[in-house]
Design a protein around this ligand. Structure first.
Ligand code: PMP
Length: 400
């Protein structure tokens, strides 16, 4: 078929950004630091089974009917309460919350809401690859702002805004960054809102890992500091419950919600009511906070193993972020090492370890000396073993 028949946004000959993200491994025994998925043995499987049955029993055939674009009221009430008490979003009400098909759909709908082809937006460098996939479809011009140990570089951001006042949108993962592992400081959260007010742009605050904190105290959301309705706050049930629910939820001003509902209606009418009702039953009959506590207890052991292994195994010249929560740490190696080549030529075939190389996480930049390492999908002994192998490999490279 002639490519002429496709819309230009599709670029049929360009592979998806997610292609090749998880390298195909020829070895079953490989230690995979590649995971992006939550640990299955920690899913609330039994409680959800009961919740599905309870949802069907309560509503009968009506469970399977069309419902509303915005999502069930009772669930939105619970989420508004959660947003007010856990996310410090005092403005959250049943009316300015909507449900989406995972956080991913919310990212897509927000991009659709804001971006005409060529419009200017800011992403962190590195950033979440799935967000780039969604944004790409609206053909924006990206401006990449570097990520530092305490979140995006707001000085560099301001310079970029001065040079490009047409910037209208910024996407950020402020808590336990994917892939960077870092968390934005409170000072930068406030600064970001000030800059949005001053330079007139909107912010999408994407927080799927926010509840997964293993050390330290939770920080207020960016949305908490929002004074002019410029922040769209996004959360998801994928990481704290299970991804297949495909349920995300966002909080935004009524004006933004109104427009997003038009887009949601056009895309798929509504989230599946059976799922939404089952999650509502789960929340009514279980403590999500207790479930999250149990997750954090288990994930903390793995995070501690990773932090210790980095200190023990990484040679001088290699740096790593120290995540306080979430799924990932980000390792930077000297720039003469190309982490894609290292993965395919040595790490995987010789040492049976795998990670995701940095080149995948940038809008335009050709960043080749980083790697994303997941620690939540592995047991401490595997982390120790895998990091020992990686440390030996890097030591060998650096002493040659
Ligand atoms: N945002 C970030 C930062 C993510 O890491 C992910 C999943 N990897 C998502 C959004 C999308 O997740 P979901 O659609 O399952 O909510």
């Amino acid at each position: 078929m002639d490519n002429r028949l496709f819309a230009t946004r599709v670029q049929p000959d360009v592979p998806s950004r997610l292609d090749g993200l998880f390298p195909q491994l020829a070895f079953d025994d490989a230690i995979k630091f590649t995971a992006g998925a939550p640990a299955e043995n920690l899913f609330p499987t039994e409680a959800m089974k009961q919740a599905y049955l309870a949802a069907m029993a309560k509503e009968g055939p009506h469970t399977f009917q069309y419902h509303t674009v915005q999502g069930p009221t009772e669930l939105r009430e619970r989420l508004a309460e959660r947003a007010r008490t856990r996310m410090q979003i005092e403005s959250a009400t049943v009316d300015n919350i909507m449900l989406t098909a995972g956080g991913q759909q919310a990212i897509d709908l927000v991009a659709k809401l804001l971006l005409n082809p060529g419009d200017a937006m800011v992403v962190e460098a590195p950033t979440y690859v799935g967000a780039l996939s969604a944004f790409d479809m609206y053909e924006p011009t990206y401006y990449e702002v570097e990520l530092e140990a305490d979140g995006l570089n707001t000085t560099q951001l301001e310079d970029t805004l001065k040079a490009h006042p047409e910037i209208k949108f910024l996407y950020t993962v402020a808590d336990f960054h994917n892939p960077g592992g870092v968390t934005m400081s409170v000072a930068k959260r406030k600064r970001l809102v000030e800059l949005a007010n001053q330079y007139d742009f909107l912010i999408l605050e994407d927080t799927p890992y926010r509840d997964l904190r293993y050390v330290g105290e939770s920080l207020p959301t960016i949305k908490h500091f929002d004074t002019e309705d410029r922040v769209i706050f996004l959360s998801s049930f994928s990481k704290v419950m299970m991804p297949t629910l495909r349920l995300g939820w966002l909080v935004a001003s009524p004006m933004i919600i109104k427009q997003l509902l038009k887009l949601k209606e056009a895309a798929d009418l509504e989230v599946p009511n059976l799922t939404a009702s089952a999650v509502n039953e789960f929340l009514a009959n279980n403590s999500l906070d207790d479930h999250i506590k149990a997750l954090n207890k288990e994930y903390r052991v793995r995070q501690q193993a990773m932090v210790a292994a980095i200190k023990r195994e990484m040679p001088a010249g290699v740096t790593a972020t120290e995540p306080e929560g979430g799924f990932f740490t980000w390792v930077t190696v000297p720039d003469f090492i190309n982490t894609t080549d290292l993965l395919y030529n040595e790490a995987t075939p010789n040492l049976h370890i795998a990670y995701v190389p940095s080149k995948n996480f940038y809008a335009y930049k050709n960043h080749t000396n980083g790697m994303r390492l997941n620690f939540t999908g592995l047991m401490p002994a595997e982390i120790d073993d895998g990091m020992h192998r990686l440390g030996q490999l890097l030591t060998e490279k650096l002493t040659k």
